[in-house]
Design a protein around this ligand. Structure first.
Ligand SMILES: [Zn+2]
Length: 65
């Protein structure tokens, strides 16, 4: 099973819907969270489903507990 990668050119166009900060790949960790974008500014994490980032605040999760 492979995780679709988001092309860098596309990722550069993405921004956090809350703070408009840049989105980065989440660090490798739990396999179920490998397809995730993380806001560098506010640390919200957004799921990537079938290679498509879901940049919705009600789908976002915060880091940690
Ligand atoms: Zn943000």
């Amino acid at each position: 099973m492979t995780v679709p990668q988001i092309p860098p050119a596309i990722r550069e166009l993405l921004a956090c819907p809350r703070c408009h900060g840049p989105l980065l790949d989440a660090p490798p960790g739990r396999p179920e969270e490998s397809a995730t974008l993380r806001c560098a500014a506010c640390a919200l994490r957004f799921p990537v489903r079938d290679g498509i980032p879901v940049l919705l605040l009600d789908q976002a999760r915060t880091e940690g507990p």
